[in-house]
Design a protein around this ligand. Structure first.
Ligand code: IDP
Ligand code: MG
Length: 147
């Protein structure tokens, strides 16, 4: 079973979409194994988005991601890293297909509601940035054999 790091961004929290987003992840058959409602400071933002330091959109991205509370989470499921990225939808608002979280609820590239780790390596790195090992809960949902 694979794990990934997912985070509802400040726009998702402010727009009251925490429940909607979590509902979609649950309906897909994924299991939440850790969650933290929190603020991100500039330092954590720079660590999280280290790959984007120096890009034109970086300053606005940091301003956005630190602008209000986020819901940081770890979810579990078979091939969840790639599957969650599909569920989330493409980064560019014009490419985020209807049916995806971004395609259905976001209309701008920066304000795109949810972050999802883009590879198993990124997932491991990001989980460690936000959670201690003991904050991730090991359990199996009773319905798992049917998923
Ligand atoms: P991802 O979130 O789909 O993995 P990344 O390329 O990793 O996309 O970019 C990180 C975040 O930076 C995006 O989710 C979005 O909020 C913002 N972003 C990316 N590209 C642009 C852009 O061209 N303009 C404005 N914001 C952008
Ligand atoms: Mg990314």
């Amino acid at each position: 079973m694979e794990r990934t790091f997912l985070m509802i961004k400040p726009d998702g929290v402010q727009r009251g979409l925490i429940g909607e987003i979590i509902k979609r992840l649950e309906q897909k058959g994924f299991s939440m194994v850790a969650a933290k409602f929190m603020l991100i400071d500039d330092e954590l933002a720079a660590q999280h988005y280290a790959e984007h330091v120096g890009k034109p959109f970086f300053p606005d991205l940091v301003k956005f991601i630190t602008s209000g509370p986020v819901m940081a989470m770890v979810w579990e499921g078979d091939q969840i890293v790639a599957l969650a990225r599909k569920l989330i939808g493409k980064t560019n608002s014009l490419e985020a297909e209807p049916g995806t979280i971004r395609g259905d609820h976001a209309s701008h590239t920066r304000f795109n509601l949810i972050h999802g780790a883009d590879s198993v390596e990124s997932a491991t790195r990001e989980m460690a940035l936000y959670f201690k090992d003991e904050e991730i809960v090991n359990y199996t949902r009773a319905v798992q054999p049917w998923i």
